[in-house]
Design a protein around this ligand. Structure first.
Ligand code: COA
Length: 144
């Protein structure tokens, strides 16, 4: 089940985020503000009462920015991220967005494969953007 995140999800969101070393770390305060914010949409995937994934998008019409997508490492390759991303796109369209953009490390092959297979195209590159020296790829999708 994919649903909107609430403040009760924050502990589980922090734990899942911490389980992926390469993921940007949002503080508790950032999560609280994002969940309560008018421009952010945060969704969670719940399976058997547990948080199995989450996604976040920031709406600045006509553009949306997908800021985070992550799935429990024990539940990969079951289509969870694609479902979360699809829901973020729906919410972005409902919020008046026509384009979705994101930034991803050129070293993150699973995420690039997810986004490419969901229709995103590389539109820019920031050399050596991340602390590990990898480039940032800027990707964009026109929302149907
Ligand atoms: C990237 C990530 C979100 C993918 O989650 P997932 O639930 O396993 O992805 P899905 O099962 O929905 O996969 C959808 C498509 O993405 C691609 N994909 C996902 N993981 C892949 C991998 N390890 N290798 C190659 N392709 C992959 C495939 O095209 C896949 O479709 P297919 O299974 O039909 O071939 C997950 O690996 C993750 O949480 N990574 C850590 C966090 C992160 O880096 N997030 C992205 C930046 S914010």
């Amino acid at each position: 089940m994919i649903r909107t995140a609430t403040a009760d999800d924050i502990e589980a969101l922090l734990a899942l985020q911490a389980s992926w070393p390469g993921l940007p770390k949002w503080s508790r305060t950032h999560w609280v503000q994002a969940i309560g914010g008018s421009r952010e949409r945060i969704v969670v995937l719940e399976e058997e009462g547990r948080l199995a994934g989450f996604g976040a998008v920031r709406l600045v019409p006509p553009e949306a920015e997908v800021t985070l997508v992550a799935v429990d490492s024990k539940r990969l390759r079951r289509g969870s991220a694609r479902k979360l991303l699809g829901r973020l796109h729906e919410l972005a369209k409902e919020g008046g967005c026509e384009l979705s953009g994101l930034e991803v490390s050129a070293a993150n092959a699973p995420a690039i494969a997810l986004y490419t297979s969901s229709g995103y195209r590389v539109v820019g590159r920031r050399p050596k953007y991340y602390n590990d020296g990898s480039d940032a790829l800027l990707m964009s999708l026109r929302l149907a």
